[in-house]
Design a protein around this ligand. Structure first.
Ligand code: GDD
Length: 392
């Protein structure tokens, strides 16, 4: 892979955010110049063999999940965390069939679990991580909650990198690209605490009778604007360095994933940046090793366009509300930002009064859990956890 090296980065305490990088060629030999880095297939393979890919899924079209599974590069472990319907029309059972068949044919190792597995509820409780549970003792609904379930399982696989891909992707090979871009980012990274966030080159929409290759998603543009404002009010310099506020597609070193806090639902991705800035720029973090090593955020632009399921305007509003609430309630926000966010929400007819803008629930880093206990209890109580390993 031939990738541009970032020409510019902005530094916030020990957090360094790199400018967007473009891919110039998908395949290359190892090569280094001040502006470019060629990454060979062997280098990528070395990282992919140390990577876990987590796929959160909730009631998606089955052949989309199937396509995503088939395009995960070799070497990666895969974890599917499903919150799909059970009961009479048991979508989870159908997903499990897809996963089983995928493994039977390809021998690619894959683990699947249902988010509402009672065993997960008991295990999180025993491991002192009750923030993720509802009043009945089950893991709450939400993409972020599914991601945290995936993270805890990934942590126990002993791998060094963890990344996320959505299950509703219409272009399977773009998923193959995403995972390789994460690997490329990890190779460029100078610290064990790094995060790779993808920026889609285009997000095509059907407009009248043709495809229009839009550059920005509706939510992303607004979220990025306010995240940039959040840093600008502290530095005194206007910036547009943040271009991946809502990057659903992202990866982290396991060391960073362990100390990352999570906001619930769809506010999870913007909150990751807010958390890093609050904790490691303006805060006095207890995670001294990360502070001393430094944290890097890479933003990489994909070659493939992103075509996913369109879930309608209400869904977009929910995502925007979650994202802006995260920024509004940040310790870093001042009155000007809060006022502008309120105006934005009122303009979009999403909220009438300030007190309606609820603070998102925050899940602490999984480093706070008793991980040994979690796994011990989970293995004893899980009903849906299934691992298809290399051997069959
Ligand atoms: N396990 C689990 N639990 N998965 C879920 C849940 C849940 O409660 N809710 C949604 N998912 C899965 C979906 O099935 C999909 O695979 C993925 O999470 C993303 O959810 P979508 O509802 O499809 O979100 P989106 O495609 O509109 O938005 C994506 O892109 C945004 C940026 O444009 C998401 O990745 C967002 O998080 C991201 O901000």
């Amino acid at each position: 892979m031939l990738i541009e090296l970032p020409k510019h980065a902005e530094i916030f305490g020990c957090v360094k955010i790199h400018e967007i990088q473009k891919i110039l060629k998908f395949e290359s030999e190892t090569f280094e110049s001040p502006l470019l880095r060629g990454i060979s297939r062997n280098e990528l393979d070395e990282v992919l063999n140390r990577t876990v890919v987590i796929i959160p899924v909730k009631n998606e079209k089955l052949h989309l999940l199937d396509g995503v599974l088939r395009s995960i590069p070799s070497g990666c472990e895969v974890i599917v965390v499903s919150n799909s319907q059970r009961g009479e029309n048991d979508i989870f059972r159908m997903e499990k069939d897809i996963v089983h068949n995928f493994h039977r044919v390809t021998r690619h190792p894959v683990t699947i679990v249902h988010q509402k597995d009672p065993g997960l509820g008991v295990a999180f409780k025993e491991a002192n991580y009750e923030e993720i549970l509802d009043n009945s003792g089950f893991v709450r609904d939400g993409k972020a909650e599914g991601m945290v379930v995936g993270l805890t399982l990934a942590k126990n696989m002993g791998r060094d990198y963890v990344c996320f891909v959505d299950a509703d992707n219409y272009i399977p090979c773009s998923v193959n690209e995403y995972v390789k871009l994460y690997a490329a980012g990890f190779i460029l990274s100078q610290t064990p605490y790094s995060m790779i966030r993808l920026h889609w080159r285009y997000k095509p929409k059907v407009m009248e009778d043709r495809l229009y290759f839009k550059k920005w998603g509706r939510v992303s543009e607004i979220t990025n604007k306010y995240l940039n404002m959040l840093v600008s009010v502290h530095t005194g310099f206007e910036t547009n360095i943040i271009k991946t506020g809502n990057a659903g597609e992202h990866g982290m070193t396991m060391k960073l994933a362990e100390i990352m806090a999570h906001s619930t639902g769809y506010s999870v991705e913007p909150y990751q940046l807010v958390y890093l800035l609050e904790e490691f720029w303006k805060g006095d973090s207890k995670y001294k090793e990360a502070t001393n090593s430094g944290i890097e955020v890479y933003q990489i632009e994909t070659l493939n366009p992103h075509v996913h399921e369109d879930k309608g305007d209400e869904h977009i509003k929910e995502m925007l509300l979650g994202s802006l609430s995260t920024i509004y309630h940040s310790k870093l926000a001042n009155e000007t930002i809060r006022k502008e966010i309120m105006n934005e929400l009122k303009k979009n007819e999403m909220i009438k009064k300030e007190k309606e803008l609820k603070k998102n629930r925050i899940l602490p880093p999984i480093a706070e859990m008793d991980m040994k206990k979690f796994i011990e209890v989970l293995l004893n109580h899980a009903e849906t956890l299934t691992t298809y390993s290399q051997e069959i």
